[in-house]
Unconditional design. Structure first.
Lengths: 361, 417
């Protein structure tokens, strides 16, 4: 008996291993011309795992205080063996993860995978994306450099515009009226403890729901299969789909390696709370569309503060987005087209405003 | 005609309204300063507008026309009455004494501005302007020529004629006027020269109000050209180290015996350009060659000094270039880039040491910079080596990843076949 078979028998006798992995062996994944979109979810999960691993490695040297944060990141980047690589991969992977999460979300929307019974899968996924944005916002401050300092200042000011509870949220996020070392300490707490805890629960739920309901087949393919049942194709999850998924992960790893080695993540200059904000300061690309929108809104709209209207509009849009599967018009056969139009508008709006934000001074 | 003819009742209403207007508003419209009522309507040179008067620091402090001109501005009858102390036009020769009657009175000035100096009149008497005025020349500058007459503002006001930004222009009104300066036999190129100088650039381009202007070197109220012996003292008020080094240099006695002014001999006076390392050399731009001949001790020293400076400068440039290349490749080299500032400081110190005109002194300062540049250059070399190592690592990783992906693809094909 081979050592692997020996271990399998050992596990089987104690935990019923064969019974546990039996569903995996039987699990299949639809195979059709749009199957490659299925890899985006797994790729996002892979990048999240990269984040967790590199984040833990960074924790070995990072010091979360205003006096030491910048120097500790500088130390990681210059003195720690492969520290530059770990930090660079952590930063690039964060951006790639948000990018693939966005792609995954829009692919789910346009392939209509959010339909009954997968409403909760959509809900948990969108919440996980919002949480990933929270990771980005809180992690951006941690190197305590000038750009991060002022981006956090602007970002928390926007949060302060929320009616009634805005000032309280701003105080809570900052740990005082201004962005200080106290803000850094609590952002560190959010980034390494609070958000990962919630994210683990959300992702577990998300993956569990995917396992429970299986992978959705796009309506166009469903229709095609209904007419031509012989064309229906299924692929075994293990090992056929999983090996393909691993291939996608390797591609993501290669992209990460190129980005980290050729464009190592910069450090900037240490934050000086008493210095004036640098000209043309902008947030990370995934907040740029919202930032640019708030910049374009007039100061007053019918005597109401323009920024307040902007924040309320984004809050409402976020809520509508989360509840999209529940508000899709179902009385009409073509009701889904409203949701698709909304999705298309969102893609165009976000991409055009992001480009505009990059170009605008 | 009927349409435009007023009825008696309407007429009475208009007359009543007019009376009410005159009763209530005309007394309010009459000012306390009857001088302005007339002089604001007169033509130049008698005109003084309300805006001009109100912007005047004296008016803002509660002084009136009568404070200088006498008379009673509250009464139209006594406004210009000699019996009420009216002095009328102030003769130029009397202007310094009139201004000094307040500005030289420390007790009086204290109530307005305790920190304001009160020695302006005493200083003016020592100035070339003051002495010429005393000898009967009323063309020379008096207080009002520089500070203006009715539009006097504090020197801190950017609109003031004596604000540091405007001083040179104010002086140039007379000193750049060939006709006006003709009787005194003075050059009139100072302002044009000054506008080409490094001092003017600092003042106008960098907005550095502490940069020298005319009054910084010549004095303001005690304005006089600095003599040959005192030029060095004037420059040393800012350029302290250069002056100390010059004091100990072989040029000190040589210049003194030749009757040459210290700093000005090499740097000129009004057209002071940014100094460069070629000034101390044997080349075409050398100023040493003005006095020294080929291969004498002076030029040999100049050659050595220039060599030390150029060597450090080229080392700094070499470090900068390699660190920039490393930085553009994404390498973290902010610390050596920061360290390179120490080499720049050493170069500045070496350039200052030039004023001692001893090559060993310059070499000592430059050596400190060379130590820094050697380290920073090595840091740049290491950073580029690290970059190449990373890229090689990337290449190997990509090969491994590529091979794995191809292997997986074959495995999948094998399973599915």
């Amino acid at each position: 008996m081979s050592p692997a078979a020996h271990i399998q028998t050992w596990l089987d006798e104690r935990f019923g291993w064969a019974e546990l992995i039996h569903p995996l062996e039987k699990k299949t994944v639809p195979h059709h011309r749009l199957s490659y979109w299925y890899f985006l979810g797994g790729m996002t999960l892979f990048l999240f795992m990269v984040q967790v691993t590199t984040g833990i490695l960074l924790l070995l040297y990072y010091r979360p205080s205003a006096n030491e944060a910048f120097e500790s990141v500088q130390y990681i980047s210059t003195q720690v063996r492969f520290g530059w690589l770990v930090r660079s991969i952590h930063s690039w992977s964060a951006n790639l993860m948000i990018f693939t999460a966005f792609l995954h979300m829009f692919s789910v929307l346009f392939l209509r995978a959010y339909r009954k019974p997968r409403e909760l899968t959509w809900l948990s996924g969108v919440l996980a994306l919002f949480l990933a944005l929270g990771f980005g916002f809180s992690g951006y401050l941690l190197p305590w450099n000038t750009l991060a300092f002022f981006a956090t200042k602007v970002g928390t000011e926007v949060a302060g515009q929320v009616p009634l509870i805005g000032p309280w949220i701003m105080m809570f996020l900052r740990g005082g009226p201004d962005v200080t070392g106290a803000t850094l300490t609590r952002f560190f707490g959010f980034h390494v403890a609070v958000l990962p805890g919630i994210m683990t629960i959300l992702l577990s739920l998300h993956v569990l729901l995917v396992q429970r309901f299986g992978i959705s087949v796009p309506p166009s393919v469903e229709k095609q299969w209904a007419y031509f049942p012989t064309e229906r194709q299924e692929m075994k999850f293990f090992p056929n789909f999983l090996l393909r998924e691993v291939m996608a992960w390797y591609v993501a790893l290669a992209v990460l390696a190129v980005l980290a080695a050729v464009f190592p993540w910069g450090l900037g200059t240490k934050a000086d709370p008493f210095a004036p904000a640098p000209a043309g300061i902008k947030p990370e690309w995934y907040f740029l569309f919202a930032f640019q929108t708030l910049k374009l809104i007039p100061a007053k709209i019918f005597a109401i503060d323009g920024e307040l209207i902007g924040v309320l509009a984004f809050g409402l849009a976020g809520l509508v987005w989360i509840l999209l599967p529940f508000i899709e018009p179902k009385r009409h056969a073509n009701g889904y087209r409203a949701v698709l139009a909304l999705g298309l508008f969102a893609v165009l709006y976000i991409s055009s405003m992001t480009v505009y934000g990059f170009i605008a001074k | 005609m009927r349409a435009i003819t007023m009825s008696r009742k309407t007429e009475a209403r208009y007359i009543f309204a007019a009376c009410l207007f005159l009763f209530f508003f005309v007394p309010l419209a009459t000012s306390d300063n009857t001088c302005l009522d007339c002089h604001s309507a007169l033509d130049a040179p008698l005109q003084v507008t309300a805006d001009e008067f109100n912007a005047n620091i004296h008016a803002q402090k509660g002084l009136t026309c009568a404070s200088c001109h006498g008379g009673n501005p509250n009464s139209a009858d006594d406004a210009m009455n000699p019996k009420a102390g009216f002095r009328g036009h102030i003769d130029r020769k009397r202007v310094p004494e009139l201004c000094g009657s307040c500005h030289a009175d420390a007790a009086y000035m204290r109530q307005y501005n305790p920190s304001l100096r009160t020695d302006q009149l005493a200083q003016y008497h020592t100035s070339v302007h003051g002495q010429k005025l005393k000898s009967g020349d009323s063309r020379v500058a008096v207080c009002t020529d520089c500070h203006s007459v009715h539009n006097i503002r504090p020197a801190s006001d950017p609109h003031s004629t004596v604000n540091p930004l405007n001083v040179a222009t104010t002086c140039s009104r007379c000193h750049a006027d060939q006709n006006y300066m003709k009787p005194y036999g003075l050059k009139t190129t100072q302002f044009a020269d000054y506008k080409q100088s490094v001092h003017y650039q600092a003042m106008t381009e960098r907005g550095d109000l502490s940069a020298p202007t005319c009054t910084t070197c010549h004095g303001n109220h005690g304005a006089a050209p600095p003599g040959v012996a005192s030029v060095q003292n004037v420059c040393s008020t800012c350029h302290v180290f250069q002056a100390q080094l010059f004091e100990d240099s072989p040029h000190k006695t040589a210049f003194a015996s030749a009757g040459l002014p210290g700093c000005v001999t090499c740097h000129s006076n009004h057209v002071i350009h940014r100094p460069n390392d070629d000034m101390v050399s044997t080349g075409a731009k050398s100023i040493c060659t003005d006095c020294h001949t080929a291969d004498d001790a002076g030029l040999t020293a100049a050659k050595a000094i220039n060599g030390h400076l150029l060597d450090l400068q080229s080392r700094i440039e070499r470090s900068k270039q390699i660190l920039d290349r490393a930085s553009q490749s994404g390498m973290e080299v902010s610390q050596p880039q920061l360290d390179l500032n120490q080499a720049e400081d050493a170069l500045t110190k070496a350039r200052v040491a030039v004023h001692n005109f001893r090559p060993d002194k310059v070499a000592k300062e430059a050596a400190a910079g060379q130590t820094v540049t050697d380290k920073t250059y090595q840091a740049g070399v290491s950073a580029l080596r690290e970059r190449n190592y990373r890229r090689m690592g990337l290449g190997i990783s990509l090969l491994v990843i590529g091979a794995t992906v191809i292997g997986l693809r074959f495995w999948i094909r094998e399973i599915e076949n």
